[in-house]
Design a protein around this ligand. Structure first.
Ligand code: DC
Length: 253
């Protein structure tokens, strides 16, 4: 697979380094997520990986960073949410992994872009943000996101976004698994109390602590802080301050 990837045109130096590291076993994907299965990326798009726990503010920050740097914003969590919504819509029990994987095989995802925001349609339907943050989705998404086959498929879709254009992508494993080769990795954190309070202020019922536990302890690509990530604790910073830190780091200031 690696040699097939190499035969494609337009590779940058960094990507070859990445491939060498994959070959030598220096870079390993999370269980069940194969780095080499997901196809190639093009030469040198600017890729900014922003990870962090639920309600850490990473989404708001990532959107603003994308706007400032004029590149596309992609929420990888929205993809896991969309698929979870689809599972529930189809009456599949999220705990029945075989049934979930079987539906995954029949499901078409269409990833696109509108006004510099990544979009995702599932089964021909573009979901509203209200649907994606429904309580039933909140309480089941971590179970669905822990299934290796689901991760593998969505990681391929996430990499596809970055083939042609730069992206700011936020999630849980963007720096550790999806784009381990990017030098622009950020981990946005906040205390559990601040995060619970943020969700309450949004009027959303979400059991942050339970999701954190599943997201951090799952076998497949758990939430981790990549060694080379810049960690920003947003608990007592304004959104502007966090955005400034990220943008300055990307610009090397
Ligand atoms: O960021 P979010 O709250 O919208 O993410 C929803 C869920 O999706 C989260 O509980 C864990 C999962 N997720 C993931 O496992 N990996 C990602 N890259 C993004 C989200």
């Amino acid at each position: 697979m690696v040699s097939r990837i190499r035969s494609e045109v337009g590779w940058g130096k960094e990507f070859f380094t990445f491939l060498r590291e994959v070959d030598s076993g220096k870079i390993v994907a999370g269980d069940g997520v194969s780095v080499q299965d997901s196809g190639p990326m093009s030469s040198h798009p600017l890729i900014i990986a922003i990870d962090g726990p639920a309600a850490s503010g990473k989404s708001t920050v990532a959107k603003r960073v994308a706007r400032e740097l004029e590149i596309v914003f992609v929420s990888s969590g929205a993809m896991y949410r969309a698929f979870t919504w689809w599972i529930l819509e189809n009456g599949v029990d999220p705990e029945k992994t075989n049934a979930v994987v079987s539906l995954l095989g029949e499901t078409g995802f269409v990833c696109g872009e509108e006004d510099a925001m990544g979009t995702i349609s599932i089964g021909g339907r573009r979901l509203t943000s209200a649907e994606m943050s429904a309580e039933a989705v909140n309480s089941n998404v971590s179970v669905i996101a822990a299934i290796p086959e689901v991760r593998s498929r969505l990681v391929s879709e996430q990499r596809a976004y970055a083939r042609e254009n730069g992206v700011v992508m936020e999630g849980r494993d963007i720096g550790s698994v999806v784009f381990p080769e990017t030098p622009h990795k950020f981990y946005i954190d906040a205390s559990p109390e601040v995060r619970e309070q943020r969700r309450r202020a949004e009027g959303i019922r979400d059991s942050i602590a339970a999701r954190d536990r599943i997201d951090s302890s799952r076998k497949a690509s758990p939430l981790v802080i990549p060694d080379d990530a810049t960690v920003v604790d947003s608990s007592f910073l304004s959104v502007e301050e966090v955005v400034d830190r990220v943008v300055s780091a990307v610009r090397g200031q």
